[in-house]
Design a protein around this ligand. Structure first.
Ligand code: ZN
Length: 97
């Protein structure tokens, strides 16, 4: 299998992309697995969570959901982490208004 171009439209692959930007097709089954793994890692990461909150239709609600989830896992030492997220969301809301 030629992994340097798209199997569907033969668009030339650039760098470490998993998907063809032209037709949204994975370059290979291996790339599909790697992309999925990267997505899961991103979701679990701090920045990934911030992005999820930012992308939500209602950031405040998303933040509260995230807070509840974190609170179950670690009730005390997560407070500072959440304060930072809250400030981030707050500043975002201010910038929108
Ligand atoms: Zn393609």
């Amino acid at each position: 299998m030629n992994m340097t171009q798209c199997p569907q439209c033969a668009h030339k692959r650039k760098g470490e992309e998993y998907k063809c930007p032209e037709c949204d097709c994975f370059y290979s089954p291996l790339d599909e697995i790697l992309a999925e793994e990267a997505l899961q890692r991103e979701k679990r990461s701090f920045i990934g969570r911030l992005r999820a909150i930012k992308a939500a239709k209602n950031p405040i609600k998303a933040f509260i959901e995230e807070y509840k989830r974190e609170n179950k896992a670690a009730p005390y030492n997560i407070t500072i982490f959440l304060a930072i997220i809250f400030m981030f969301v707050f500043m975002m809301v201010i910038s929108v208004m």
